[in-house]
Design a protein around this ligand. Structure first.
Ligand SMILES: Nc1ncnc2c1ncn2[C@@H]1O[C@H](COP(=O)(O)OP(=O)(O)OP(=O)(O)O)[C@@H](O)[C@H]1O
Length: 227
């Protein structure tokens, strides 16, 4: 999906300057972009707006022409379930459920737990080197947990994949495996991939790098990707 963002500003009461202030940001379909910046520079604020998790109060964030600012919270939730795969630093998995149950849960809650989805869930786990789909999530290593989270994000073949520090709580080997999976999956499915990261291994694997400082875009390397 293609993003056209215009005149976005986020302010919080008591803060003299906006925590995010972006005049324009365009991301082409299939681009793979890293968002970097110091702590507090606005990275999570930006990706929470791009995924529709947070409501946009000022500006426009249009994904293939759908402006998230014009959607109610319920409509944003439905839009996100259909179009966005999310991977967070701390996994957001459900203890007490198995790997495959975790992968399928959001789709089931959205009423989309078809047989095809179940097959795809098993396929993704196997492809990510997780041979025991019925293993309880809490017995898995952190690297395995994040691979389950990536499988869950990919289940519905999202056009947009958003990952917020996906490797930050993993050791370098597990982090490299997760980063490789994310990039390979985005390439294969032609998903637009947006990754917030400090991880040099992961950042260097992405085609475009954008840096934020104090809520503003301070550098944005041209993309080499041919969508
Ligand atoms: N609800 C809120 N109320 C007040 N200030 C907020 C709120 N949410 C975020 N902020 C502030 O907005 C700024 C940007 O936060 P954000 O989480 O986007 O930064 P970040 O770049 O993702 O940081 P980190 O790398 O530490 O996660 C920070 O200064 C933060 O304190």
């Amino acid at each position: 999906m293609t993003l056209a963002l215009e005149s976005v500003e986020v302010r919080f009461a008591g803060l003299p300057t906006p925590v995010l202030s972006i005049d324009r940001l365009d991301i082409e379909n299939g681009e793979r972009i890293a968002v970097t910046g110091a702590s507090g520079s606005g990275k999570s604020t930006l990706v929470n707006l791009l995924s529709g998790l947070e409501r946009l109060r000022r500006g426009k964030i249009a994904w293939d022409g759908t402006d998230l600012a014009g959607l109610s919270e319920g409509a944003r939730d439905r839009w996100r379930a259909e179009h966005v795969g999310l991977v967070m630093q701390d996994f957001h998995l459900f203890p007490g459920l198995s790997a495959i149950e975790n992968v399928l849960l959001p789709a089931r809650l959205a009423g989309a737990g078809t047989r095809e989805r179940v097959e795809r869930g098993h396929f993704l786990l196997e492809r990510f080197g997780l041979a025991r789909p019925n293993q309880s999530i809490e017995t898995m290593s952190r690297g395995e947990m994040q691979r389950v989270a990536v499988a869950r994000a990919l289940l519905r073949k999202p056009a947009i994949l958003i990952a917020d520090e996906p490797t930050a709580s993993l050791d370098s080997e597990a982090g490299a495996a997760v980063g490789d999976l994310l990039v390979a999956a985005a390439r294969e499915e032609n998903s637009t991939l947006i990754v917030v990261s400090h991880d040099p291994h992961l950042i260097e694997r992405l085609d475009r790098r954008m840096a934020l400082a104090a809520g503003r875009i301070v550098s944005d390397s041209p993309s080499g990707v041919q969508p």
